[in-house]
Write a protein that binds this ligand. Structure first.
Ligand code: SF4
Length: 83
């Protein structure tokens, strides 16, 4: 590998290093995103709220099964449809 890099021209080395850094950053971003998704799922499974109880602004409101979200959905349904 080292011999291959030494023989390569400067632009080719630069391109190689740029691609390596780009792919490494994409991998890190992917791992961070996956880690966050796993953490959100784990917290919801454990019954912990992700958004400090502010259900209307929460990204998982439609799928959330926590009591506060169920209550908020019930209130919204009653106020929207006059039940
Ligand atoms: S929808 Fe409501 S209860 Fe569920 S995680 Fe979001 S804020 Fe918490």
């Amino acid at each position: 590998m080292r011999e291959l890099l030494r023989r390569a021209s400067v632009p080719a080395r630069r391109l190689f290093l740029t691609r390596v850094l780009r792919n490494a950053s994409l991998a890190v971003l992917g791992l961070a995103g996956g880690g966050l998704a796993v953490k959100r799922r784990r917290l919801l499974r454990e019954g912990k709220c992700l958004n400090q109880g502010m259900c209307r602004d929460c990204g998982v409101f439609d799928d959330c099964g926590l009591p506060r979200a169920l209550s908020t959905r019930s209130v919204l349904a009653r106020t929207r449809y006059g039940q």
